[in-house]
Design a protein around this ligand. Sequence first.
Ligand SMILES: [Zn+2]
Length: 305
Amino acid sequence: MICLYQRTIKKPVEIKGIGLHTGQPVRIRLLPAGEFEGINFLRKGEIIPAKVESANGFTFSTSLEKNGVKIKTVEHLMAALYLTGIDNVYIEIDNEEVPILDGSAKPFVEAIKSAGIQPLKEEKLYAVINKRVRAGDWNGYVEGRPNLSLIVTYHASYNNDIIGNKAFTFEIENREDYLEILSARTYCFLEEVEYLRQNGLAKGGSLDNAVVIDGKNGCVVNPEGFRFKDEPIKHKALDLIGDLYLLGYPIIGEIYSYKGGHKLNAEFVRTLKRENAFELKYASEILEKIKETQCPDFLSKVYGR
Ligand SMILES: [Zn+2]
C-alpha cells in the first residue's frame, strides 16, 4: 500500500491505561503534527524522536531515552502508526511507559480512527531497501531484501507444540492479515512469569493484557485461548513492524526475521542506516501518477467504511 501524501491525525485523542512493566497509570495524548515533523514523544519538556538513535533498552520491550527521560514499550503504538500510515504526530505522555491496553495495537488503531486521518500537502517518503542486508547470526537474525512492497515474515522456533517451529508472512495488502496482526496480543510463558516479576518487569501484566502460555503442558492459561491461529507469531511480526518504524520512514522491501526480538530489530534498523541499504523516495517516484483516490484509507479498508 503506497499512499501519496504524508498523514497526521485530524484532532487530539487521549488514551489511558497502565504500563505493562511499570504497572503505573499513564495517559497519552496524540496531537496533530506538520509535514516532515515525524513521530515525537513529549515528556518532561523533552522532545524525544521515535527513532533508533533514541532507542535505549530492549528488555521485553523497546524503550527510548533522551537526557535521562525514558519512554518504555513504544512498539505497539509505533506499529499502529505504521499500519495507519501516520507519518507525523506528537505523543504527550505523563509517565514513563506507553499503556499496554489489551496487549495489542488495536486500541491505538481505534483511537487514531476516532481522531480521523488528515492527509498533508507534502508527499510521503518511503525507505526503499536496495540491497540484501542482515543483522544477527544463525541463532537469530533479521534480514532485509529489495521488494516492490512491504512483506514481513516472522519465523518462530520454540521447543514446544503450542508455537513450535513455523513462520508467518504478513503482506500489508491482505485485509485478514492486517486485522489479525493489529489484534495479536503480547504473550509470555508461564515459566517466565517468576523471572519477570523478580526483575521488576511485567508489574502491570495480567490475563487482560497478555496471553500466558503454559509451555510445559502445551496450553493457554487465558480462558478465552488465542484470538486466532498463531497469535504469538503474529504478535512478534507486529513488534517487528513497530520497531522497524524507528527508521523514521515506512519501508518498501521484504523483511525476514528468524527468532528476532526488540534488540535484533533495532540492530537491523541501525544496520540499514550504516550500510546505506535503503534510498528515500517520494511516493510519486515509486508509483508514478498515483492519485489519492487510488489509495483507499487503511481504516476504511479495515472497517469497511
Ligand atoms: Zn509486543
